[in-house]
Design a protein. Structure first.
Length: 355
């Protein structure tokens, strides 16, 4: 594990990918735009599963090229890649034997895109990580979140309250045992070495369930680093809040924290930190979101976070055809050019000071 800790501390920069059925809707539904987070569109408009499932019949990303995406990440100086295997809508982006609601069985493409990315990363020597929504699952009657609907969301409710309105009948334990844990076992078994396990929004998980996930990942992937959004204080490294750019380094020393709050610093047992951020506003692809961060902003954010010892995991929402949006690619490459130019200037300054 010492080598993995050293790698993560030195990585500094990674690519995150949000991609799923929501990418087809692209932040628009029946003449209305989604919330800022386009991947929440099913909850925002309470789209019934029977309707949302039909998106799978149109999912055929003929331009998805895992090798090209990995090459772009490396060209931008990124050291690892993290991709969504299942987001809150419950649709698996890999060939799951646990649930046929997945990209291989339910779409005309019949491609395991997670497998393709895993192979591309392995061939290129890029570290590979997996995101999995371990609490929320809108495709399941017992999906989590139903105890937290008094809290604001990017949709309407945390759980699927439109198809399954009776909260008294919900039991997350059933979803956990039938789908969540078995799928985590799948993704940690079938795709080679996994560098990071990226979980999200812990709300319903018990401490026992968080520990069981942690132990399962550790058993199947001994060198995999697990993020703090698993919940209940079970983690190896701290994921800060979405797009969180801390101002004060002393905040890193906080110990009185809510371990299920996804934002803010928490004690890091291995001294490892990461901020996941968006290149525009949404995580999932959105037609109407053209609020792209400038190359200079991306460069400054990365520089600031790295100076704090925090990795910058920068997200791209692939479009329905599997492409990196043009502006995302242009700005990423331009940000790298700024970084390279700053490095040259720094080198010249150091050389001049020696002379």
């Amino acid at each position: 594990m010492n080598e993995q800790v050293k790698w993560f501390k030195n990585a500094k920069y990674g690519m995150m990918i949000h991609w799923g059925l929501y990418s087809l809707l692209a932040g628009e539904y029946r003449g209305e735009s989604s919330s800022v987070y386009a991947e929440w569109i099913q909850s925002k408009f309470q789209i019934p599963n029977a309707e949302y499932e039909q998106l799978a019949t149109a999912f055929n990303p003929v331009y998805f090229n895992a090798d090209a995406i990995v090459a772009l990440a490396q060209k931008c100086g990124m050291q690892y890649l993290v991709v969504t295997t299942k987001h809150h809508d419950g649709f698996a982006m890999y060939h799951s034997k646990v649930d046929a609601y997945n990209v291989y069985d339910a779409t005309p493409s019949h491609r395991d895109v997670i497998g393709e990315l895993a192979e591309a990363c392995r061939n290129a020597g890029l570290k590979f990580g997996l995101y999995y929504s371990q609490d929320l699952d809108w495709h399941e009657p017992d999906g989590g979140g139903y105890k937290s609907n008094h809290l604001d969301t990017a949709g309407t409710t945390w759980d699927n309250s439109w198809d399954f309105p009776d909260e008294t009948q919900k039991n997350f334990d059933r979803c956990f045992d039938r789908k969540i844990l078995p799928q985590i076992k799948e993704i940690m078994t079938n795709y080679g070495d996994i560098a990071t396990a990226w979980f999200d929004v812990p709300m319903t998980l018990s401490e026992v369930q968080s520990q069981l996930i942690y132990d399962t990942v550790r058993e199947l992937q001994p060198y995999c680093l697990i993020n703090s959004r698993l919940g209940n204080g079970k983690y190896d490294y701290v994921s800060l809040g979405d797009n969180e750019i801390p101002k004060h380094k002393e905040d890193m020393n906080k110990t009185d924290v809510d371990y299920n709050d996804i934002a803010g610093f928490k004690p890091s047992p291995l001294g490892l930190y990461e901020t996941a951020g968006t290149i525009n506003d949404s995580w999932g692809f959105s037609y109407h979101d053209q609020n792209w961060k400038t190359p200079r902003t991306l460069f400054r954010y990365k520089q600031h976070l790295n100076n704090f010892g925090i990795n910058y995991l920068l997200n791209i929402g692939l479009d329905p055809l599997g492409r990196v949006p043009m502006m995302a690619e242009e700005n990423l490459l331009a940000a790298k050019a700024l970084e390279d130019a700053a490095g040259v200037r720094e080198g010249e300054h150091q050389a001049a000071s020696v002379v």
